[in-house]
Design a protein around this ligand. Structure first.
Ligand SMILES: NC(=O)c1ccc[n+]([C@@H]2O[C@H](COP(=O)([O-])OP(=O)(O)OC[C@H]3O[C@@H](n4cnc5c(N)ncnc54)[C@H](O)[C@@H]3O)[C@@H](O)[C@H]2O)c1
Length: 443
């Protein structure tokens, strides 16, 4: 029987053994879902703490992730899901999924340290006929130029004959990892038509949406393209917000009225864009063709979005001045350090930029976040005696804040709203000196 026929059968009857390399926000839910579907799955990670937690049935992700902790617990108890830090487990696997991080460096280029390391170690442990799937987001051309050469191992192995290669990027979003995994369509990019067919057959077990077959570079472009598109759209909303502030208008009213026009859908402006993906995937897209095409729109959008946390600092300085205080004299509370509401993910958090800039300007800075270990102290104790509060994340705990109580514990009633939690009218009715992103009608 050929490797293809053999593997197709093992996928159909769920006897294929799966290893997921990298059990983070993407890899862990994927591993748990395949275990739930009936496969035997090993999550392989260099982080021994994560491995130990998973083997105890504990989910290492602490943000609000409906169903994930229970799923990890039940699948580990069933014996279908376990974790390891030993690449020797790959020698027994029929399918390897790679979901390691793919950040950019200080000059905004991918270096793929984790991906290269995973592939090289896998290379020494890959058995013939294995389906290798890269789920990590990668720049256009990376499968061909980086993944394939490492797996071919100096041309001793041929894709399609000795192994099958697929790029099937993830579309999940923290806060709804399992729901997204089940309900969102996927692009299954195959290095050969047989590889795409195997990938499609596999994901049918966990995805209840379209699984569109394509080649690898198309899959790379779709993923980086969809996130770059979102970043550009957010940048438009942010630029509109900055214009509204300058001319004394309210961006929230303006966007609502724009969106009444057919086909318009202006997104929310805000205090910056964070997370592992949106701030870097546009750079991956631009990098993919950087030798031939000089991207202009993508870097411009990144610049606008990167400026937003600095703009929040400018608003803070301005509001404090109105309250009669220099920034160097002020104690400022930042509420929210994760990049997303009710998440524990702090990667590329705009709050870090705000914190560092305020510190540079001489302010005393305190931070609170109910989801982030370092900043989990009592909210009211953290805020007490501060001269200004900067709202950076729409965590549920902050949405329910009572403005009168907030004012009561502050030394000076200064409120800067980076996420439109309250709005100028409510804040001013409670007696705050107020600044909100996109709200030019605060005076
Ligand atoms: N986080 C998201 O919402 C999201 C959504 C869609 C796509 N993605 C993409 O998925 C990929 C993974 O993102 P993530 O958020 O899950 O990252 P993560 O940092 O949460 O998880 C990556 C895991 O890989 C492990 N790892 C690193 N190098 C390794 C190696 N050589 N061998 C074994 N394990 C290794 C790390 O210890 C970590 O646990 C990235 O390419 C990202 O762009 C992420």
């Amino acid at each position: 029987m050929s490797h293809f026929t053999n593997l197709k059968e093992q996928i159909q009857n769920k006897s294929a053994a799966i290893v997921v390399i990298g059990v983070g926000y993407v890899g862990l839910p994927v591993a748990a879902r395949f275990a739930e579907a009936g496969f035997t799955v090993t999550g392989l990670d260099v982080n021994k703490e994560k491995v130990a937690l998973i083997n105890q049935g504990i989910c290492p992700i602490e943000g609000e992730e409906p169903g994930l902790a229970d799923l990890v617990k039940t699948q580990v108890a069933s014996g279908r899901l376990k974790a390891s830090h030993d690449y020797a487990v790959c020698q027994q696997a029929n399918i390897i999924l790679i979901a390691v991080e793919t950040p950019i460096d200080s000059v905004r280029q991918p270096r793929y340290l984790a991906l290269r390391s995973a592939l090289r170690t896998l290379n020494a442990n890959l058995r013939p006929g294995t389906l290798v799937i890269v789920e990590s987001t990668i720049a256009p051309g990376t499968t061909e130029r980086l993944v394939l050469p490492i797996l071919r191992a100096n041309s001793r192995r041929e894709p399609g004959r000795d192994f099958f290669l697929v790029h099937c990027p993830e579309r999940v979003m923290p806060g709804r990892l399992l729901q997204n995994l089940r309900q969102m369509s996927r692009v299954v990019g195959g290095n050969t038509p047989e590889a795409a067919e195997l990938g499609q057959a596999l994901y049918q077990h966990i995805v209840e949406a379209d699984l569109d077959k394509a080649d690898c570079v198309t899959a790379e472009l779709v993923k980086t393209g969809e996130n770059a598109y979102r970043d550009v759209q957010i940048a438009f909303a942010n630029e509109l917000a900055l214009i509204c502030e300058q001319v004394g208008a309210d961006v929230w009213t303006v966007r609502e009225l724009i969106n009444k026009s057919p086909g318009r859908n202006v997104l929310f402006p805000g205090a910056g864009v964070g997370g592992h993906c949106i701030p870097k995937d546009p750079w991956l897209l631009a990098y993919g063709a950087s030798e031939m095409v000089q991207a202009k729109l993508i870097p411009a959008a990144r610049e606008i979005n990167d400026f937003m946390p600095l703009h929040v600092v400018n608003l803070t300085v301005d509001a404090l001045e109105e309250a009669g205080l220099e920034i160097e004299q002020a104690r400022v509370a930042i509420l929210g350090f994760a990049y997303l509401e009710d998440s524990d993910d702090t990667r590329n958090s705009p709050s870090l930029v705000v914190m560092e800039r305020l510190d540079e300007l001489g302010a005393e800075v305190v931070v609170h976040d109910p989801w982030v270990h370092e900043y989990r102290g009592d909210l009211w104790e953290t805020i007490e005696g501060c001269d200004a509060v900067v709202m950076m994340v729409k965590h549920r705990a902050y949405r329910e804040l009572d403005l009168e109580t907030l004012k009561g514990v502050l030394q000076h009633p200064v409120l800067i709203d980076g996420r439109h939690l309250f709005g100028a009218e409510r804040a001013k009715a409670s007696g705050f000196v107020y600044r909100g992103v996109g709200e030019g009608n605060h005076g």
